[in-house]
Design a protein around this ligand. Structure first.
Ligand code: GDG
Length: 461
């Protein structure tokens, strides 16, 4: 097999499904990355290398959605050490400003190296002569350098979906130099924000000792690596047309009725993750009721918390803390049939997500640190009538583009309360003015444009 465009990601773009008769098949995973990349991959004899999500035996490549899928097998121990361990309990907290304390374990690092080697070998096997390989995200930062050694003929791009931390934080990592050298195997290293790219270049100079100039790193062998920002986005049109769909419109109406037709519906939708600031935001909302700013008849908060990484300890603890808080708030401030917070620990089809976005007057997105945050952009895309208000953390990448949101510092509960209240009281004209401007931004910057601008920059190299 020889593919001209190869994507290497932790997960394949499909999920295994079991039918009623017990037979198994594959279904395309939800998410913008998959729908943005599929058309380019279909047009370029594409191959996608990734883990299936289970504890697998070796599996042969197969065709699905017009591209070749190449499964990578992970043992149960590797899932524990490479994925839950090094990726999600070392790198994830370290790259998100130490919102939680990262664990450093030498066995996890060894598994991370081993698994990265396996992904790189697969890519070397399936890529055609001179092909383009695009490696995705923090789980695979060693792949570019391993792949370059195996296949110097390839064009290699890397994209980091999460923030790249400041030098002082990154430097805690016992394997900091190896990770930087791993990334330097790429021709182009893409980040969400210019700040991440600048952090990377500074670290390379400091820790690896290469010469750098602006967004360029000069390697001793003459090769140049560029580090640039490519802020990711969503399939804007898809969300707009979903939001206009009749079934979605009437479901949005029904959601408001089920909530008891309050004047204002606040909404939060997040993976249940400690970076997302769910606890502080619910506390801020409850204090507004407690302070008498509005009552449970006036406003309710719907919080969807999608289950995530449930085998990692810190996630279990955080879930307990949030659920205790919700219970306390509803117990203290609720009335019969009127809990101030409707908390849903569940995931939903995209149509239900669009209905929730349509049903919400104020969307509250308050991560302590977030590479981009697509939920904020999806909300804006679904407000096709220019209504609604967005409360958004300054520390989400999305804040650089969605300047007309009610921006907050999620560490400042009083500041957050003030902005939630400003969004609550804003006139229809004020909300429309802000929403219209944000909608213009995301209609011009969608995920297809993100993918094509990265690939164009890589090819132009
Ligand atoms: C990482 C970075 C960066 C959530 N619950 C359901 C559901 N979702 C969808 C949302 C959204 C996506 O998941 C979450 O994306 P975010 O960007 O908000 O956050 P992360 O998962 O942390 O993503 C982030 C992103 O990568 C892309 O580069 O923006 O900063 O952390 O699309 O809609 N979708 C469905 N049901 C759910 O219950 N269908």
């Amino acid at each position: 097999m020889s593919a001209d465009l190869v994507v290497v990601a932790n997960r394949l773009p499909v999920d295994r499904v079991v039918a009623d008769d017990g037979s198994t098949g594959w279904r395309r995973s939800p998410g913008g990355l998959v729908s943005a990349l599929l058309p380019v991959m279909q047009a370029n004899h594409g191959a996608w290398i990734g883990w299936t999500g289970g504890h697998d035996r070796e599996m042969d490549p197969f065709e699905e959605e017009g591209i070749t899928l190449v499964p990578v097998a992970l043992s149960a121990t590797e899932v524990e050490e490479y994925y839950e361990g090094f990726s999600n309990d070392t790198l994830w907290p370290l790259y998100h400003d130490l919102v939680a304390k990262p664990s450093f374990h030498r066995e996890w690092w060894e598994a991370y190296q081993r698994v990265n080697q396996r992904f790189a070998e697969k890519a070397a096997e399936v890529a055609a002569q001179g092909a383009t390989v695009w490696v995705q995200d923090y789980q695979l930062q060693l792949v570019p350098a391993i792949l370059r050694t195996l296949r110097p003929d390839l064009k290699i791009g890397f994209y980091l979906h999460i923030p790249f931390p400041p030098t002082e934080l990154f430097s805690q990592l016992p394997w900091r130099r190896e990770l930087l050298e791993g990334l330097l195997g790429a021709d182009l290293v893409g980040f969400q924000m210019p700040g991440g790219a600048a952090n990377f270049v500074r670290l390379v100079k400091q820790r690896v000792g290469h010469r750098t100039h602006r967004d360029r790193v000069q390697l001793p062998d003459g090769r140049i690596v560029r580090a640039q920002a490519f802020p990711i986005s969503i399939d804007t049109q898809r969300y707009e047309s979903l939001a206009r769909d009749e079934a979605v419109v009437s479901r949005a109406q029904e959601i408001r009725e089920q909530l008891g037709n309050p004047a204002t519906v606040f909404l939060g939708i997040d993976r249940l993750d400690y970076t997302k600031g769910i606890y502080a935001r619910l506390r801020a909302f409850s204090e507004l009721i407690h302070d008498g700013e509005f009552s449970v008849e006036d406003a309710v908060f719907v919080q969807v918390a999608t289950p995530s990484r449930e085998r990692v300890d810190q996630y279990r603890q955080m879930r307990d803390e949030i659920e205790r808080l919700v219970g306390r708030i509803n117990g203290d401030l609720g009335r019969l049939g009127r809990p101030p917070i409707s908390y849903l620990h569940s995931s939903y089809p995209i149509e239900e997500m669009a209905a929730l976005y349509r049903a919400a007057d104020v969307m509250v997105v308050t991560p302590f640190r977030d590479g981009m945050n697509l939920v904020a952009k999806e909300y804006v895309a679904c407000r096709t009538d220019n209504t609604g208000a967005l409360v958004l953390s300054e520390f989400a990448g999305a804040a650089a583009e969605l300047r007309q949101a009610y921006l907050v510092n999620p560490y400042d509960i009083n500041g957050m309360k003030a902005q939630m209240l400003a969004a609550y009281h804003a006139s229809a004209a004020e909300r429309t003015k802000r929403m219209r401007a944000m909608r213009r931004t995301i209609s011009q910057h969608d995920v297809a444009r993100w993918a094509s601008s990265f690939l164009r920059a890589l090819k132009a190299y």
